[in-house]
Design a protein around this ligand. Structure first.
Ligand SMILES: [Zn+2]
Length: 687
């Protein structure tokens, strides 16, 4: 199996034999049981009791467990003939765990670490990933630290997945696959920075790649990872009957952990996509909805992975509240994903009883929802094209989620006006080809909402013909103000401060301005400054529009997504809401009487001939370093009007089996009543 280079048009790897025709066997309610255990832990597994171990899972309504074959410390938990058995282990802990769980009817995954393996890099310093200067690639580690210095959390040294280390991993994975025949493999840490070790340097030299070219070295790095993942996939026997998950390959955007962006296409090695996200400390509860919508469109089944930890992985003694765990699993299902809660096993091999009371309570609450994510895909006539900027996209996504307006995330090339009434582009596109796709979509009747930097790369003739912009330049001001007019006058008579300046667009005479930009007296500097913060607005406006309409399209000069995400001002959210209402006047769903903290999803399950409308409500508040689920208060008399374009034969509550009150409207839409929503309510619309 040889991966080719990413294809220019799709940005995805083309790998023979990867397409699966059947769904891999994975659980609905999983536990990912971390067991990164150093030699210093001493004797391990000495209290392990196979029956108790498996019974704890089944009592908690768990149906799938990922168990540790080899951990980040580099130790194996089975009698390997190839790697290093944990020095404190004198029996086959992994084997006994696998056997016990399998006897209890659980699906079993084998966990195997890739780029972080402390014992491997200690024994083989030549396997380390190296930066351009030949220094080891460290994650959250200080190379000069003394052994007695406090160590930051999540701190490891990267290994390079090539050469002899790849050969060693392949042999170990084959050993695990042959001896234990797990139902699947969870390969962790499938990412690292571009590497300049001997193997990689020789490989790049052979291809004539300039070591100082960031783009070329990243492409080589992705190629190197594709080769490693392909080899590990074969070694693990990943196939129609054995799932394979390569953690770190399912991010939309590149991130500071060096996980590759989705444009690398490395996600194709997975049989389903694991979306790992611990919302309490990884950025809140609105990241999964955007990410799930992105990967749903690519046609994969999704599994959402969070943790029982209050903060993140590795936290012994940290517990989320039961209401947070229950909200999380319900939100996973509402986003069309199976559920996985991470836990960490004590060195003695005994599962923590409080954890399984909490997780069990959450899992039992959703046990009847089995099958409600199989093949589920969000549906909406409002589309979002992801941009290069996570903050801009995430801010728009948050505003849409708070507006309870379902949206789908699609590549611009797949926009179709018969399916998508409108599209939002929140910042610069991932490729200039997007503009041509948008032009085709608009020519066929689609409507465009472009925000902030969305047009920064747009060819001038297209900006003019499509969006009525004859000239355009960014502003260097430290902020500016908007005076709303026309249809946006309801947003306020005052001059609203924008924490970043908008683009200065010169418009075609037939474009309609819906508000003008006012400059401030001056930028705030040491030489001239006003009061505590920004200078006031000049009374006279500039000639530049903050928002304009051209034909059916709308343009905001300001990056409303990141302004809302970073500053949270009501005016920017209200502006996004108003603009979306203007371009998407007949939304797939509109919801009444639900506060902005509520979340609504519309999932279609074509194989089951049904559509699911999920309504969630809980308050998410910041507490210290974390966000927590606090009050869960009932919300009354919520109504959702859906426009599905096909006949609905019945509306039921799948949690109770009872019919849900509903009525057909004159325009063909259907209004569903939710008399009370206490955390979560579902309507199942049968076709
Ligand atoms: Zn390397």
């Amino acid at each position: 199996m040889t991966p080719s280079h990413p294809q220019a048009d799709s940005g995805t790897w083309s790998v023979d034999g990867l397409a699966l025709t059947t769904r891999p066997r994975i659980g609905q309610r999983q536990i990912h049981l971390d067991f990164h255990t150093p030699a210093e832990a001493g004797r391990i597994g000495d209290q392990f009791n196979a029956a108790e171990f498996a019974g704890t899972f089944t009592d908690a309504a768990v149906d799938h467990v990922n168990l540790f074959a080899k951990c980040h410390h580099g130790w194996s938990y089975y009698p390997t003939e190839l790697g290093q058995v944990h020095p404190g282990l004198d029996f086959d802990l992994f084997g006994q765990q696998v056997e016990a769980c399998r006897e209890a009817g659980l699906i079993v995954g084998a966990y195997y670490t890739i780029a972080w393996s402390a014992e491997d890099v200690r024994r083989h310093p030549e396997w380390a990933g190296l930066d351009r200067n030949g220094a080891p690639q460290l994650f959250h580690m200080d190379a000069d630290a003394d052994p007695s210095d406090p160590r930051p959390i999540v701190s490891w040294e990267f290994l390079c997945p090539s050469g002899p280390y790849l050969d060693a991993m392949v042999a170990e994975v084959e050993e695990i696959a042959e001896r234990y025949e797990p139902d699947g493999f969870f390969f962790d840490i499938c990412f690292a920075p571009p590497c300049f070790c001997r193997t990689c340097s020789d490989g790049m030299a052979e291809l004539g790649i300039d070591r100082d070219d960031d783009v070329a070295t990243l492409a080589y790095s992705n190629e190197r990872w594709a080769n490693a993942l392909a080899a590990l996939r074969v070694a693990g026997g990943v196939s129609e009957s054995r799932w394979g998950s390569f953690n770190g390959t399912t991010r939309i955007y590149g991130n500071d952990e060096h996980a590759p962006a989705a444009t690398s296409g490395l996600h194709v090695f997975n049989t389903h996509l694991d979306l790992e996200d611990l919302p309490t400390t990884w950025g809140g509860y609105d990241k999964l909805p955007l990410r799930a919508r992105y990967f749903h469109t690519l046609g994969y089944d999704l599994l959402a992975i969070s943790g029982k930890f209050h903060t993140t992985w590795g936290e012994f003694g940290g517990y989320k509240s039961q209401r947070a765990l229950e909200y999380e699993v319900r939100a996973m299902i509402a986003n069309g994903a199976r559920c996985n809660m991470g836990d960490q096993l004590h060195p003695n091999g005994v599962l923590d009883s409080q954890t399984y009371e909490l997780v069990g309570s959450a899992y039992q609450a959703v046990e009847m929802m089995r099958g409600h994510v199989d093949g589920a895909r969000p549906i909406s006539n409002l589309a979002l094209c992801v941009s290069v900027s996570e903050d801009d996209d995430q801010g728009v996504a948050r505003a849409l989620l708070e507006q309870h307006r379902e949206f789908v995330v699609v590549p611009a090339s797949r926009l179709d006006p018969s399916e998508h009434q409108a599209v939002v582009l929140a910042a610069a596109p991932t490729s200039v080809d997007v503009y041509e796709s948008l032009a085709r979509y608009a020519a066929d009747g689609g409507r465009i909402l472009a925000l902030g930097d969305a047009l920064s790369e747009c060819p001038p003739d297209l900006a003019s013909s499509l969006l009525g912009i004859t000239a355009s330049q960014p502003s260097t001001a430290d902020g500016d103000f908007t005076a709303f007019g026309g249809e946006l006058g309801h947003l306020g008579a005052g001059l609203a401060y924008n924490y970043e300046p908008g683009w200065r667009h010169t418009l075609h005479p037939s474009a309609d301005s819906l508000g003008l930009i006012h400059e401030a007296f001056f930028d705030r500097t040491y030489g001239q400054y006003f009061s505590h913060q920004n200078a006031p607005p000049l009374v006279d406006p500039t000639s530049f529009a903050a928002v304009h309409r051209y034909n059916d399209h709308l343009v905001s000069a300001h990056p409303l997504g990141r302004l809302y995400l970073r500053h949270g001002a009501e005016v920017h959210r209200s502006l996004i809401w108003s603009l979306v209402e203007m371009i998407n006047p007949e939304p797939t769903i509109s919801v009444h009487n639900l506060p902005p903290g509520g979340r609504v999803t519309v999932l279609h399950q074509p194989e089951q001939s049904r559509t699911l409308v999920h309504v969630l409500y809980a308050t998410v508040v910041a507490r210290g370093e974390a966000v927590i689920i606090d009050d869960v208060v009932p919300v009354s008399d919520v109504k959702a009007t859906v426009r599905l374009g096909h006949q609905v034969t019945s509306v039921v509550d799948p949690l109770s089996g009872r019919e849900r009150p509903h009525e057909s409207e004159a325009d063909g839409s259907l209004t569903i009543h939710f008399p009370t929503v206490e955390m979560h309510a579902v309507a199942e619309l049968r076709h």
